[in-house]
Structure formats: structure tokens, C-alpha cells
Design a protein around this ligand. Structure first.
Ligand SMILES: [Zn+2]
Length: 157
């Protein structure tokens, strides 16, 4: 379960040193950002982030400085639940490199419709504000990584 909150400008993270909440702006992801209070470098998000609404999704996609991997899923979908821990592994190993977000297609149906999601889970990869790849079906962490890496090398939409 995601413990980090996100809003239209960034991810709210807790400084591991002093405990102060900082906003990590999407546009600064991938760079070193220091805590406003104690100047300790903040850890980048290392877990999948649940997108609360379409406006937040649009903000993430349009301003993220790193590629965004989107998992379109739903609570009733068995394969989605199977893939969830795999996606968590990817989020841990790709912290600071890619942002991993989850869109619950029941909670935010307009996004599933906009991207014509016909089966779940579907992984979609966004870079520089646009979608460069999408693929349906659950996969283990190693396959998620190679899917993202190959689509970043050869953007095919
Ligand atoms: Zn601090």
C-alpha cells in the first residue's frame, strides 16, 4: 500500500533525518533535493503512488522530469493484485529513475476511457508528457523492467 501522498505539484515525502514533510516537485524528480529544514538529501519515491484523480494524473504526466510508468488496475482484478508486489519491487529498484503510479480504473474511470484501456492490468509508459508505449497483462518485476527499458530505447507509441 502506498503511504506517500501526491498532489498537483509533487509528492509529499518525510525527511528521514528530521521528520519534516517536504514536497518533492515532479519537475525535480531525478535530481537531488534537500530537506527545507535540515538540508539532508530527500529519498526519491520508492513505492508505487496511487493517483487520486485525473487532474493529479495530468500534473504528474506533464511535469515529471523522469519517465512515468502507469499501472491501470482495479481492486477486483486477480492478475492486478498478483502484479502489485512485482511493481513494488520495480519501484524500489528504480527510485529516482522512473516514477511508478497506479490508476484504479474503478475510482478514476475517465483515465481508463481516455487511454482506451480494454483489459487490466495494462502498463503504460509516459515520457516528456506523452505516452510512448502500453502493454496489457500481468508480468514479473524483471519483465516490467525490460518492458520499460525497451520502450524508452525504442518509443513506438
Ligand atoms: Zn530534514
Amino acid at each position: 500500500m502506498s503511504t506517500l501522498k501526491l498532489d498537483r505539484t509533487g509528492v509529499l515525502v518525510t525527511c528521514q533525518s528530521c521528520g519534516k514533510t517536504n514536497r518533492l516537485r515532479y519537475s525535480t524528480l531525478g535530481s537531488t533535493v534537500r530537506c527545507g529544514a535540515c538540508k539532508t538529501p530527500l529519498s526519491p519515491p520508492a513505492e508505487p503512488l496511487e493517483v487520486p484523480d485525473a487532474a493529479t494524473f495530468d500534473a504528474v504526466i506533464s511535469s515529471s522530469a523522469v519517465p512515468v510508468v502507469v499501472d491501470f488496475w482495479a481492486p477486483w482484478c486477480g492478475p492486478c493484485r498478483m502484479m502489485a508486489p512485482e511493481l513494488e519491487k520495480v519501484a524500489r529498484s528504480a527510485a529516482g529513475q522512473w516514477l511508478i503510479v497506479k490508476v484504479d480504473t474503478e475510482a478514476v474511470p475517465e483515465l481508463g476511457e481516455r487511454y482506451r484501456i480494454r483489459s487490466i492490468p495494462t502498463l503504460a509508459i509516459f515520457k516528456g508528457g506523452r505516452q510512448i508505449h502500453s502493454a496489457a497483462g500481468a508480468r514479473p518485476a524483471a519483465d516490467i523492467r525490460s518492458l520499460v527499458e525497451s520502450s524508452l530505447r525504442n518509443p513506438a507509441a
